[in-house]
Design a protein around this ligand. Structure first.
Ligand code: NAD
Length: 483
């Protein structure tokens, strides 16, 4: 077993009430996706640790955090952002080992985590209420108040970014948090919590309980001491989380993934579009909720787009995270099985392009990035989220058909439109059902300022930007009668 050299804390413990504690059920093994080798152990948190964490958060909320001035909350988050920046290289190395993410992509996640702390640190004291003109003799105003104790269930694909946008906003708004990271990737969550302690976050305001979804996750969502849940992950688990939250009548934010299209019209600047068409599908080995897995191309440019995308697929380099190539391994043997199954389901399609897997560590969870063409919009590969480096190209005739195909899945997270026509850009931006629409780009660099979230099976509620702060508060109306 090779330990991860960059770790400065014991990864086999939970952080509860400021103390690093062992889980009653012991530990779970930790694997390196690049090699399949066992590289350590993490805590197997469960109901006992979750209960202790919710109790600690409740005490910290009432005891100190709720009364900490917004400007001071902001200062702590800003200091935390600075500490994250000072540890960027270590955090990136940890994430690369834990998630199998190529180093540069892991580093970008660490920088984004710092940026979330800067943004929410700066925003903490700018969360304003309103005064409302009302009847003579009254003064009416609104207060934005924290929910109290918020639960955060995070997946394995972008731990640092998702913790940044969810926990960062919740803390800025004055909530105390219990974080349940994914069992496949929890190391940077623990590292982040340790840095938060160093930045001066009072004990108990942020508690981290790693463990299995069915154990620690289910215990957290069912806990009656929680006042809000933020969940990112699969549709099935999200639905279960919403039902559990319903039993306690608390609000949930669900971010559940997508089948996001890029729509390429015949007047598009293809040279500008091409890098985005492919990168948005293969970044993080396609394990991205906002991955673009459907490329819709107007008939006149269809052959040209397929040919150029296929050439890029042929040139993609796949390898271990530390080699920092274009595509790393998938997160787990389970995910490799799921994605390989999807690729097999494309046997009736045109295999337009595929990367070659070279000499790779035999135990690693690699699949070849794969491009299918000639795909009908109702094919299973055009309807279901693969969560791997697989894209389909679908032809369309005109604008009406493009809109119908773009909107023709259960999801609605992100979309982009490539066209020179300003009028068409405006029409498509309105017609497409998605939480974010990009015109002549994809992702806009992932800015922390930009509200993000879905409709349909992509979920509900908004993260990032100021919208997230509103979601982590409850609005109180105060009506004073003074005659
Ligand atoms: P998942 O939904 O099972 O897990 C996500 C998180 O939820 C993890 O922390 C997990 O421990 C927790 N969890 C699991 N069961 C739970 C339960 N019953 N109660 C509370 N929490 C629970 O997702 P997964 O198994 O990690 O991945 C499966 C699929 O989910 C992927 O193929 C992909 O389609 C989707 N996914 C989406 C995103 C996204 O960003 N939208 C991220 C990861 C996975």
């Amino acid at each position: 077993m090779t330990a991860i050299p960059e770790l400065w804390f014991d990864p086999s413990r939970c952080l509860i009430a400021g103390e690093w504690v062992k889980a009653a059920a012991g530990t779970l093994p930790l694997y390196d996706p690049s090699t399949g080798a066992e590289i350590g152990a993490i805590a197997r948190g469960g109901a006992t640790e979750i209960d202790a964490a919710v109790t600690a958060a409740t005490e910290a909320f009432h005891g100190v955090w709720h009364r900490t001035p917004a400007v001071e909350r902001g200062r702590i988050l800003t200091r935390l952002g600075q500490l994250v920046l000072e540890r960027v290289e270590a955090l990136a190395m940890i994430e690369a080992r834990d998630v199998g993410k190529p180093y540069k992509q892991a580093r970008a996640d660490a920088v984004a985590l710092a940026r979330y702390m800067e943004f929410y640190g700066g925003a903490a004291d700018k969360l304003l209420g309103q005064t409302i003109p009302y009847m003579d003799g009254y003064t009416v105003y609104t207060l934005r108040e924290p929910h109290g104790v918020t639960g955060h269930i995070v997946p394995w694909n972008y731990p640092m970014q998702i913790i940044g946008r969810s926990v960062g906003a919740a803390l800025a708004a004055g909530n105390a948090c219990v974080l349940k990271p994914a069992e496949d990737a929890c190391l940077t969550a623990l590292a982040f919590a340790d840095l938060a302690k160093q930045a001066g976050l009072p004990d108990g305001v942020l508690n981290v309980v790693p463990g299995l979804g069915a154990e620690a996750g289910a215990a957290l969502t069912a806990h009656p001491g929680l006042h809000h849940i933020s969940f990112t992950g699969s549709v099935a688990t999200g639905a279960a989380v919403q039902i559990a939250a319903g039993a306690n009548v608390i609000p949930v934010t669900l971010e559940l993934g997508g089948k996001s299209p890029q729509v390429v019209f015949d007047d598009a600047d293809l040279d500008a579009a091409l890098p985005f068409l492919v990168n948005a599908g293969i970044q993080n080995a396609g394990q991205t909720c906002s991955a673009s897995s459907r490329i819709l191309v107007q008939r006149a440019r269809y052959d040209e787009v397929v040919e150029k995308m296929a050439a890029r697929y042929g040139a993609l380099r796949v390898g271990p995270a530390v080699d920092d190539l274009d595509v790393g391994p998938l997160i787990s043997a389970k995910q490799k099985g799921l994605v390989s199954g999807f690729i097999e389901q494309g046997h009736d399609l045109q295999l337009a392009g595929q990367a070659t897997l070279g000499d790779l560590p035999s135990g690693g969870y690699y699949v070849p990035p794969t491009l299918f063409a000639g795909v009908s919009p109702d094919h299973t590969l055009a309807q279901n989220e693969v969560f791997g480096p697989v894209q389909v190209v679908i032809p369309f005739e005109d604008e009406a058909e493009a809109i119908a195909i773009a909107n023709g899945t259960d999801y609605g997270l992100v979309a982009s439109v490539w066209t020179d026509s300003g009028a068409r850009q405006m029409r498509l931006a309105k017609a497409i059902r998605a939480g974010q629409v990009f015109l002549n780009n994809y992702g806009a660099g992932g800015g922390v300022e930009l509200p993000f979230g879905g409709i349909g099976k992509s979920g509900h509620g908004r993260e990032k930007g100021f919208e997230a702060l509103y979601g982590f508060t409850t609005l109180k109306t105060v009506a004073a009668f003074h005659g």
